[in-house]
Design a binder for this molecule. Structure first.
Ligand SMILES: Cc1ncc(COP(=O)(O)O)c(C=O)c1O
Length: 313
């Protein structure tokens, strides 16, 4: 779906017109992938709108920057305030919010020392990410996720998404909605832009972060909701074949939200319909995000924007 332009973009503390948020082709990031970024959703509520887990996302941005020795001249509070200001100025909700910190125009060598940090935040309307009614048809990718100590997977860095693109393009070309990457040892890692959850015999499993997975904010939300619902939850390494014999498999992610998986490599998961545990978790997740259930975990930052869309749990 083409980007739906809004009016303003936040750049280094100021709101500038969308069209003026441009970069020089010789910027460090263009050549070496030197950026860290976030993806955040703002949901419509019965009154106004609310950003889902804003401080957690902005803290992860700061953490990603720290891993890459990028010094950001803004603290958590300033970054969160920047997002709220932008969303309220653009008046678009529901929306997707994309903060990015990048190494800009300065020197062409690999060393980033002479290239200044630039921080931008944009927001725009964006709908469902994972295609497939009643569950997605996905594959295991022939591409592995990054090996530990190569590109750090706890940093949400632009460069990591070259690997994601390989996984996603292969899946799409072969007629699947998404691909799941295995780690360097052939254990389940994550989707190209989502964490993976498995249900078997009533227990909820997800790979630990050491299997080259991003520390997804939605992953954390799912784990929190599952524990709240009294489910048994285990973070453990998962062999590929466990996915095929699971009762339920689903993706979690800001873009993907909670998305059931119907088949993997054309093997039908469970009875091929969204499972009971997936549905319970999704109900609670969307209920909180859409303001139809209590914000019992303190995940919402209200913004003064009237939502344009009908809400559902
Ligand atoms: C590779 C990857 N894994 C997992 C996720 C899910 O993370 P979150 O729930 O924080 O969006 C994302 C999306 O940001 C991602 O790109």
């Amino acid at each position: 779906m083409p980007i739906q332009a809004t009016s303003k973009i936040w750049h280094n503390g100021k709101l500038i017109p969308w069209e003026q948020a441009t970069l020089h082709v010789m910027s460090h990031v263009v050549h070496y992938g030197s950026s860290v970024f976030e993806g955040i959703r703002c949901y419509g509520q019965p009154q106004g709108s609310a950003i889902f887990r804003l401080p957690e996302h902005m803290q992860r941005l700061l953490d990603s920057a720290k891993i890459y020795r990028m010094e950001l001249p803004y603290d958590l509070e300033e970054l969160c305030a920047g997002v709220v200001d932008l969303v309220e100025a653009n008046g678009v909700a529901p929306c997707y919010i994309r903060p990015i910190a990048l190494r800009g125009y300065g020197e062409i060598g690999v060393s980033p020392k002479g290239s200044p940090m630039e921080v931008y935040i944009a927001n725009f309307a964006w709908g469902k990410y994972i295609s497939g009614h009643g569950g997605a048809d996905v594959c295991i990718s022939s591409w592995n996720r990054m090996a530990p100590n190569t590109l750090p997977s706890l940093a949400k860095a632009g460069a990591n998404y070259m690997n994601s693109q390989l996984i996603h393009m292969e899946a799409e070309i072969n007629g699947y909605s998404e691909g799941i990457g295995l780690d360097v040892n052939g254990l389940v890692s994550e989707g190209s832009g989502e964490n993976v959850f498995v249900v078997r015999n009533g227990v909820l499993y997800t790979p630990p972060l050491a299997n080259s997975a991003l520390s997804g904010i939605t992953r954390d939300s799912v784990l929190t909701i599952a524990r709240h619902l009294g489910l048994s939850v285990t973070e453990q390494a998962l062999p590929r074949e466990l996915l095929y014999i699971a009762d339920e498999v689903f993706f979690s992610g800001t873009a993907a939200e909670v998305s059931p998986i119907r088949s993997i490599d054309r093997i039908v998961i469970g009875d091929g319909k969204p499972g009971e545990i997936t549905k319970k978790i999704a109900d609670e997740f969307f209920g909180i995000a859409n303001g139809l259930k209590p914000d019992r975990f303190g995940w919402l930052t209200p913004v003064k924007v009237n939502a344009s869309e009908h809400l559902s749990a």
